[in-house]
Ligand binder design. Sequence first.
Ligand code: PLP
Ligand code: COI
Length: 360
Amino acid sequence: MSHPLSIEPCDAPTSTEQRQALLHNPVFGKVFTDHMVTAQHSADKGWHQARLKARHDFQFSPGTTVLHYGLEIFEGLKAYRQANGSVALFRPEANAKRFANSARRLAMPPLPEAMFVESVKALAQLDKDWIPQQDFASLYLRPFMIATDATLGLKPAEECLFSVIACPVGAYFKGGAAAVSLWVSDHFTRAAPGGTGDAKCGGNYAAAMVAQLEASRQGCDQVVFLDAVERLWVEELGGMNVFFVFDDGSIQTPPLTGTILPGITRDSILQLAMDKGLTVREERYSIDQWQQDAQSGRLVEAFACGTAAVVTPIGSVRGNRHEFTIGNGQGGEVTAMLKGALLDIQYGRADDPHGWMLAL
Ligand code: PLP
Ligand code: COI
C-alpha cells in the first residue's frame, strides 16, 4: 500500500453476548461489524490517510458531489470460515481489478489494487469473530468509493473517500436455497451500449429499482433485464448474472458485451463447469428462445449467480408476453453440482486448483 493502513481497534467493541444475538440469522445487509476502513484521495496527495478503526458515521457538506451526481462505485466479496477454522477471502484481487475499472469508467481516481486487497484483508481479520457459525454464513465485505468534492460544478472527482464496511450474512433470499421466480422487464432496461452496465456503480442500481419494484408487485422475487436495443436478449438480473442449462448437459451465459456486470461468480462458474468437462458457451440467448426451450424441454435448468446470491435456481419466468416454468420449477442437478463445487472451495472443503482463496 502506498500509504500504510493504520490499524486502531475500537475501545468498546460489541460484547460477545450482544454479537451472538446479532449473528443469529442476520438479515442481509442489516447488521454491521465494529470496524471500517477509510482512506482519502486528493489531487495533491493522491491516496492517503488509510485507517482501520471503529465504525462511524460520515459528515459531509450538502454540496458534496456524490449527493448530486451519484459518483459512487462499490464492490461485494465475502470472507469464509474454512473447514480448518481459519478465515479466507474469495478472489479479492478480482474485485480489486473490477473496482479500479469501475473508477476509471466514472472518471474517479482508481484505488491501487494492493491497497484494496490489504484493506479487505485487514478488516476481515480484525472482525473475524463476526462470521456467523451457521452453514452458508459468511462475512460480506462492502468496499465503496464516493466523490467528496464540495461543489455543484460538474467535473471529474478529485477528492474521494474509499471505505470498507462488513456485514455478517446468511442466505440472500428469504426462502434460502429455494428456486426464485423472475419478472421479465420489457419496459425498463438496466444499461445501454456505451453506458455503465459493466461498472459496479450505485447509479445502475438506482435505475433498476423501479423494475425490481414492478417484479415484486407482480409477485416475483427478481427482475430479469433484456437488452436495451432490441428488447430481446436476456442480460442479467438486478444483482446477479444468469446461466442456462440444456438437456445435452451444456451451459450458456450471456457474453460480456459491456452492458452486464462481469461477475466474479459468473467467471468462477464458467471455470468450474469447464473443469467438470461441461461444454460452456458465452452467447446471447433471447427471451423467446428461453420460453420455447423451457416448454420443449431443451432447456432443463437456469440459475442466477453472484456474491450475495451465490447460485440460486430459477424456477419460473413471467412477464407481459411470457410465462413458463423451468424443469420441475425447483432447480436441478447441474445447478446443485456447480453450487456445491463453488461452496466447497469457498469453505475450504475442497482443493483450490485455481488459487482463488486468500487466507488472512
Ligand atoms: N450482476 C449484477 C448487476 C450484480 O450486482 C452482481 C453482484 O455483484 C453480479 C452480477 C454478480 O457479480 P459477482 O459474482 O462479482 O458478485
Ligand atoms: C453482490 O452480490 O455483491 C451484490 O452487489 C448484489 C447486491 C447486494 C446489490
